[in-house]
Design a protein around this ligand. Structure first.
Ligand code: ADE
Length: 348
């Protein structure tokens, strides 16, 4: 749990951040900076505490760490926390941002002893770049080829021992050789309601938002177990309270604001409902291919797969089958469609 002094520190950071760049920086500032401030994900935290202590005691870098799970659950936050807890600097980049082997060599050779190199969306690293990482991760040296044809030479350079922290929403798309080189792998799960409530209350306190327990609880309940969504809904509810009701955030205000944002009582938004309605109403409940669903609601397949489906799967509203996506009776019930009647009508 957060104590008052760390809240005070956070507040000071936010005030200076706000004067610089407004809400974008403030958004970053509600993130926990230390493991002790990080709410939920107990299994992951417990294991990390041990790894960090062990590495510090041995005066070694932390083992390379892969963190995976749906977007918005705190993978990037965790990478920054790991660096803070180890007392080292962090350099951040992402898979699609590194196109050439030379870019990766440049990054690796700039690292200082025990630094964290954070690569978001690590599953999107080009293969040629990934291959630079293998000896770097295993033996702390880089090896690359300069020139072409007869003049081609291989260059080897040792680098400082470092920790690679990789994050991905697609564990299955991280290549086996890369996956195997991580000493620890952690999966972040959707947060339970109690943790979400604590996260919303903590953010409200840091951002100086007047929110009652019931108001915070309603925002937490509708945030689909995802802190990033909770923090966003908290801010939008603050806007509503400021402009429409000119009050603090109590339960009624939270309900009204969230209804206006078309976030329903279990946190589904317009796109979630479009996905389910499309599968049920256009394709008789499925099975239907992801690309077909995506085309018919005008969304990217990857966005549906990475951002929307994980929560619908977790709710048990959707099944992935070899023949495509299928909506479950629970999804029909949530949308107010009678499953048996619908199925009878749609049989041919
Ligand atoms: N803000 C976003 N994620 C958080 C977490 N897990 N704990 C505390 N605050 C958060």
């Amino acid at each position: 749990m957060t104590d008052d002094s760390s809240i005070k520190n956070q507040e000071e950071r936010i005030v200076s951040a706000l004067t610089k760049e407004g809400e974008v920086i403030a958004d970053v500032s509600v993130r926990p900076r230390q493991l002790s401030e990080y709410i939920g994900q107990h299994r992951v935290k417990d294991n990390l505490v041990i790894s960090i202590q062990a590495a510090l005691q041995r005066a070694e870098p932390l083992d390379h760490t892969l963190i995976y799970g749906p977007p918005g659950l705190g993978k990037t936050t965790m990478a920054h926390i790991l660096a803070t807890e180890m007392g080292v600097s962090i350099k951040s980049t992402s898979g699609p941002a590194i196109e050439r082997a030379g870019d990766m060599v440049a990054l690796l050779t700039q690292l200082r002893k025990f630094d964290v190199l954070f690569i978001d969306e690590i599953h999107r690293l080009p293969r040629i770049v990934e291959e630079i990482l293998y000896p770097a991760m295993e033996d702390f040296f880089v090896s690359w080829v300069v020139d072409k044809g007869l003049k081609a030479r291989s260059m080897n350079l040792s680098i400082q021992p470092f920790t690679l922290v990789g994050a991905t929403t697609r564990y299955g798309m991280v290549s086996a050789p890369l996956r195997d080189r991580f000493g620890s792998v952690h999966r972040l799960d959707f947060y339970d309601e109690q943790s979400m409530h604590t996260i919303v209350s903590r953010s409200a306190k840091i951002l100086n938002i007047d929110a009652s327990e019931e108001g915070s609880a309603e925002i937490a309940r509708r945030s689909r177990g995802t802190p990033r969504i909770a923090n966003r809904l908290l801010r939008r509810t603050r806007d509503y309270a400021q402009v429409v009701t000119k009050s603090g955030i109590n339960h009624d205000v939270a309900l009204a604001a969230l209804n206006k944002l078309a976030v329903d009582n279990i946190g589904l938004d317009d796109i979630d409902r479009q996905v389910l309605n499309c599968i049920i109403l256009k394709f008789g409940g499925g099975p239907v291919g992801l690309d077909t669903v995506a085309a018919s609601i005008n969304e990217e397949s990857d966005t549906i797969e990475d951002v929307y489906e994980p929560f619908l799967l977790q709710l048990g509203f959707l099944e992935r089958t070899p023949r495509g996506r299928v909506a479950t009776p629970r999804a029909y019930e949530h949308l107010g469609i009678e499953y048996d009647k619908f199925k009878q009508k749609n049989m041919f």
